[in-house]
Ligand binder design. Structure first.
Ligand code: FEO
Length: 390
């Protein structure tokens, strides 16, 4: 495997994980990459490592350019094992390499995973001369763990941004100018929604900290490298951080005998009549991580569940747990569901949506057994009226 030159003296030496389909609960249908970067200067420098099972792939890419034992500096921008798993292996080869990580959390987290490999903590604004080049370290805590930082390199103005601006997107193309760009944006959005969204406020602070920098290349730790489309990905991040809404409404449900599904379609009709763009997700077929990517910017969310053994269906509980954890922008919600007897699920759904601080558009909608056409028409009319009256 060969290193890929991305700038004079700068190489991508990461790994492509074509088969990754799950990243701690996030469905990664396009696989991923673990990006590592090699800088050839007076101090030979490796930025980040890769997931441990991919260490030989990284080593072979580094070896295509230099003797890996000659690496002087390893910068660990983030201790999560998808970027640090191969660190002990690299340290065993580059025995004299000094490992730099964020002062405090970075060192603490690396030590917890790998023991003492002799880490050097760096603080905000601290610099490291590599020879012709200089790295400046900028902490970006909680984008996505407390230890995250980014490294900015001059004179090329390259931002090694780690998780920020990443995408779970396996590709042999490395640059935004070479890849399937619409797919890269889809995956960047899904990545933000599932990984970065809970820390939108901290991401906003990180964007502020980077605002004064001239950036000619963004090298994230997953997916493609941003070059010509830097203004576009920065603008998208700003809109996501600002919790901007679009004119969509998402309807998430599970169904036993299609009654709750029929209610979902009645609500869909109401959203359509109100001029919104509804999107339907049957939890039997759709993954939580895809739904939350669309939910991120939606104005409304409707969640439906039949009552099963006095409870909402487990698939709906799973979605609500996942949705709550992402702490995204607040929406008006509709809880709904059919039942045979008992009928507890719509109120449970309603409680589940209140805890991520969403606000009920209207009382929960409940119907026994199979809804009649008249009942469905009434749901449609009631939802439309609630939308008009707010
Ligand atoms: Fe890609 Fe937070 O690790």
């Amino acid at each position: 495997m060969n290193a890929i030159r991305i700038a004079e003296g700068v190489y991508w030496v990461g790994a492509i994980d074509w088969n990754l389909r799950n990243f701690h609960g996030y469905e990664t249908e396009k696989g991923s990459t673990y990006n590592a970067y090699l800088i050839l200067d007076e101090k030979i420098t490796l930025i980040d490592a890769v997931k441990e099972p991919f260490k030989e792939e990284m080593l072979s890419r580094i070896s295509s350019v230099i003797d890996p034992a000659k690496i002087d500096v390893i910068v660990s921008n983030h201790a999560e094992p998808d970027h640090s798993g191969a660190l002990p292996f690299m340290k065993s080869i580059a025995k004299n390499a000094k490992i730099y990580a964020a002062f405090g959390a970075g060192i603490k987290d690396l030590a917890a995973y790998y023991g003492d490999l002799g880490y050097i903590g760096v603080k905000a604004g601290e610099t490291l001369s590599l020879g012709k080049r200089t790295l400046t370290f900028v902490p970006t805590p909680m984008v996505h763990w407390p230890d995250n930082m980014v490294s900015y390199m001059t004179p090329e103005n390259i931002l090694f941004s780690n998780d920020a601006f990443g995408q779970h997107y396996a590709s042999d193309e490395r640059l935004d100018t070479e890849c399937d760009l619409p797919e890269a944006y889809i995956q960047a959005r899904k990545y933000y929604a599932n990984i970065v969204q809970p820390y939108g406020m901290q991401t906003g602070k990180a964007l502020d900290a980077l605002a004064g920098l001239k950036i000619d290349m963004i090298c994230p730790s997953h997916g493609i490298i941003w070059t010509e489309h830097i203004p576009d990905i920065l603008a998208l991040y700003k809109s996501w951080v600002a919790n901007e809404y679009d004119e969509t409404a998402i309807i998430v449900y599970d169904t036993m005998w299609h009654s709750t599904e029929a209610m979902a379609h009645a609500i869909e009709n109401a959203f359509l009549a109100a001029g919104l763009k509804p999107r339907l997700y049957n939890l039997h077929y759709c993954h939580n991580s895809d739904i939350v990517a669309d939910a991120m910017t939606a104005k409304y969310i409707a969640v439906g569940s039949p009552t099963l053994n006095n409870n909402m269906m487990p698939s709906v509980a799973s979605f609500l747990t996942y949705f709550k954890g992402l702490n995204g922008n607040k929406k008006k919600f509709i809880a709904f569901g059919s039942y045979g007897w008992g009928g507890q699920s719509p109120d449970q759904v309603s409680e589940g949506l209140k805890s991520p601080k969403c606000e009920a558009l209207m009382p929960a909608i409940k119907l026994a057994y199979k809804p009649s056409d008249e009942q469905l028409k009434k749901i449609e009319a009631d939802v439309l009226e609630a939308l008009k009256n707010q």
